[in-house]
Design a protein around this ligand. Structure first.
Ligand code: HEM
Length: 538
C-alpha cells in the first residue's frame, strides 16, 4: 500500500487503526470479488448444464415417450459435425465416380445409416441441439409455409451473429418482413434486365481467357468449380456495388476471410462471453468487420445523393431516403445495410457457381444433351453476345439447369426450429426442437419421379416444373413458402448466360483426373473441384 506523504500520523494507534481498516477494506473487497466469481461461475455452470444436459434431456424424453426413436445423446465438447459429414477418402470417392445415386449418402453417411435404422422421423444431435429429421412431404410443406407461425429459421448463435451479422435470411418476424420488402426490388424483372449486360461482360472476360489459352494447345483443362466461383463473385460485386466495383471486390475478399472465421466458430462449442475476449481469432474477426464497414462507408460517402445507378446498395439507400423524407426515420441502420450487402454475396456466389459447375459435369458426361443445348443456343443467340430476351428463350438450357438442381441441389438440407410447442403429424413437438428437411431426398424419391430417378434426364422438365413429377412440392431447390429464395431469378439468369456462352464457343468432356466427391459444408460442392477439358468449337 502506498501512502501519500501528506498523511500525518499522530500516534502508533492511528497507524494501527489505519492498517486494520485498510486490511478490513481489503478483506471485504476480496470477499466481494470471491462471491462475484462464485456467482459468475455458478451462472456459467447453470447455463452449461441447462443447454448441454437439461434441455436435450427434456426434449428427447418428450419425443421418446411418443415413440420417436433416434441416436442416443452423448455430450460433445469437441468440434461439431453435421451427421458425420466428413469428406470420404479419395479412393472411396473415386470408386463412386459414376452413379449419381450415391450423392446423398456420400455427403452425410451417418445420417443415412440412422435413417435406415430408425425410419423417416428420427432424432439426432448436432452438438447438444436435438434435431428431428422429417422426410414427409406434407410435414415439410407445413413447416416451410409456416402458417401457424410456430416454425422459424434457427436463431443464430451470438458468436456467429457477431461475425456474420443479421440480414433477411436470418431475421424473424417484423424485421424480416421489412428487410424482405426492401431487398425484393433488387430482383424485379427490369432490374435483372439492366444487370444482364454486366453478367455477360464478366462471363466474356473469362471465356476469352480460356479461348486464348487454347490457341497454343488443342484443348484446355479447367477446374470449372474454382473459375466459376471467381466469376460469380465478380458478377455479384458488379450487381451489388455497380460502378464501385473495385471496392466491391475488396469487400468480398474480406468477406471470404470472414467465411473462414464463421466456419471455425460454427465448429466449436458455444461458451457465453468468450466472444468478448481478445483471442487471436476474435481480434482477427473484429479487424475484418471494421475494414468491411469502412469500405461501405467510403462507397456511400463517395456517391452522395446524386448517384443514379440501380445496384443493391443503391436500392437499400433509396429505401432509407424515401422513409426518411416521410417519417424522418431510417428503415435500415448502417450496419443492416452492410449485412444485407454481405448476404447478397454470401447467398449468391457459392450457390450459383456450384450449380453451374455441376451442370458442366452433367453436360460433359451426357454429350447428347450438350449437343441439344448447343443447337438451341446457336439457333436463339447465334454466335454473338446473348441479350436478356435471348436468355429467356432458352427452353432446353432451362430444362438442363432444372435437372442439375434436382440432382445436385446447392442447398440439400433446410433447417427450422419450433418457437412454441406445436403439433406435427400427430406428434407434440417441444419448443426449441430443430428440424432437418432433406430436400435432396424428395428430389430422389423413386415413387414420385419414376424409375429413372437416378439418371440425368432433363426431358422430365419439358412441360414445366409443375409437371415434372407426381408432387410438385418434391422439387424445392430454392425452398418454398414465404422464405423461398429471393435470388432465384438472378441465379437462373446468370446460369443461363454462362452455360449458353460456353456452349457457343466450346465442346467439353470430363478430365480423367476428376474425382467425384460431393460434400456438403455451406453448399453441396465438389470437394476436389470439377476438371473439364474444353475444345474450341469448329
Ligand atoms: C442456384 C443458386 C441458388 C440456390 C439453389 C439458392 C437456394 C436458396 C434456398 C434453398 C433458400 C432458402 C433457405 C432456407 O429457407 O433455409 C434461399 C434463400 C435465400 N436466397 Fe438463395 N439460392 C441461390 C441463389 C441466390 C442468389 C444468387 C441470391 C442473391 C443474390 C440469393 C439470395 C437468397 C436470400 C436473400 C435468401 C433468404 C430469403 C429469406 O429468408 O427471406 N440466393 N436460397
Amino acid at each position: 500500500m502506498i501512502l501519500s506523504p501528506r498523511v500525518r500520523f499522530k500516534s502508533v494507534m492511528d497507524v494501527l487503526v489505519l492498517f486494520t481498516s485498510a486490511s478490513d477494506t481489503f478483506q471485504f473487497a476480496s470477499a466481494v470479488v470471491g462471491v462475484a466469481a462464485i456467482l459468475v461461475a455458478g451462472f456459467l455452470l447453470w447455463i452449461a448444464f441447462k443447454n448441454v444436459v437439461l434441455a436435450p434431456w427434456l426434449i428427447s424424453n418428450a419425443l421418446q415417450k411418443q415413440g420417436v426413436q433416434g441416436v442416443p445423446y452423448t455430450i460433445s465438447l469437441g468440434k461439431l459435425r453435421f451427421a458425420g459429414n466428413s469428406p470420404p477418402s479419395t479412393s472411396s470417392a473415386a470408386a463412386n465416380l459414376r452413379p449419381h445415386r450415391t450423392v446423398a449418402p456420400l455427403i452425410a453417411p451417418l445420417y443415412y445409416d440412422w435413417k435406415l435404422k430408425y425410419g423417416d422421423v428420427f432424432l439426432f444431435w448436432v452438438g447438444y441441439r436435438p434435431v428431428l429429421s422429417v422426410s414427409n412431404l406434407e410435414h415439410m410443406k407445413e413447416i416451410l409455409y409456416n402458417k401457424s407461425g410456430h416454425f422459424e429459421k434457427p436463431s443464430l448463435r451470438p458468436d456467429v451473429k457477431d461475425v456474420e451479422g443479421e440480414a433477411v435470411s436470418s431475421l424473424r418476424g417484423e424485421r424480416w418482413s421489412i428487410h424482405r420488402r426492401i431487398v425484393s426490388p433488387a430482383f424485379f424483372y427490369d432490374k435483372l434486365k439492366a444487370m444482364t449486360p454486366a453478367i455477360v461482360d464478366c462471363a466474356k472476360v473469362i471465356l476469352d481467357d480460356w479461348e486464348s489459352q487454347i490457341q497454343y494447345k488443342s484443348n484446355k483443362e479447367v477446374n470449372v468449380y474454382d473459375e466459376l466461383k471467381a466469376l460469380s463473385a465478380d458478377i455479384i460485386a458488379r450487381c451489388a456495388f455497380g460502378s464501385s466495383y473495385e471496392e466491391g471486390r475488396r469487400f468480398f475478399k474480406l468477406q471470404q476471410e470472414q467465411e473462414k472465421v464463421i466456419l471455425q466458430v460454427y465448429q466449436s462449442v458455444y461458451i457465453p462471453g468468450v466472444r468478448y475476449l481478445p483471442t487471436k481469432q476474435n481480434r482477427h474477426a473484429w479487424k475484418l468487420k471494421r475494414t468491411i464497414e469502412e469500405i461501405v462507408s467510403e462507397i456511400i460517402e463517395k456517391r452522395g445523393n446524386g448517384y443514379d445507378g440501380t445496384d443493391l446498395l443503391e436500392i437499400l439507400m433509396d429505401a432509407n431516403r424515401q422513409e426518411f423524407s416521410q417519417s424522418r426515420e431510417k428503415l435500415l441502420s448502417f450496419r443492416e445495410i452492410v449485412d444485407e450487402c454481405k448476404l447478397f454475396f454470401y447467398a449468391g456466389h457459392e450457390t450459383t457457381s456450384t450449380l453451374i459447375a455441376w451442370t458442366f459435369l452433367l453436360l460433359a458426361q451426357n454429350p447428347h444433351w450438350q449437343e441439344e443445348a448447343r443447337k438451341e443456343v446457336l439457333h436463339v443467340c447465334g454466335k454473338g453476345l446473348p441479350t436478356h430476351e435471348n436468355l429467356h428463350g432458352l427452353k432446353v438450357v432451362g430444362m438442363i439447369l432444372n435437372e442439375a438442381l434436382r440432382m445436385y441441389p446447392p442447398a440439400p438440407y433446410l433447417i427450422r426450429e419450433t418457437v412454441k410447442e406445436t403439433k406435427l403429424g400427430g406428434l407434440s413437438i417441444p419448443r426449441d426442437t430443430m428440424f432437418l428437411l432433406p430436400i435432396i431426398d424428395f428430389q430422389f424419391d423413386r415413387a414420385l419421379w419414376g424409375d429413372d430417378v437416378h439418371d440425368f434426364n432433363p426431358q422430365r422438365f419439358a412441360d414445366g416444373i409443375g409437371n415434372a413429377c407426381k408432387a410438385s412440392a418434391a422439387y424445392a431447390p430454392f425452398s418454398m413458402g414465404p422464405r423461398n429464395c429471393l435470388g432465384q431469378s438472378f441465379a437462373m439468369l446468370e446460369s443461363r448466360a454462362i452455360v449458353a456462352m460456353t456452349l457457343q464457343r466450346f465442346t467439353f468432356t470430363v478430365s480423367p483426373g476428376y474425382i467425384h466427391c460431393p460434400i456438403a459444408t455451406f453448399t453441396l460442392r465438389p470437394q476436389y473441384g470439377i476438371q473439364i477439358i474444353f475444345k474450341k468449337l469448329e
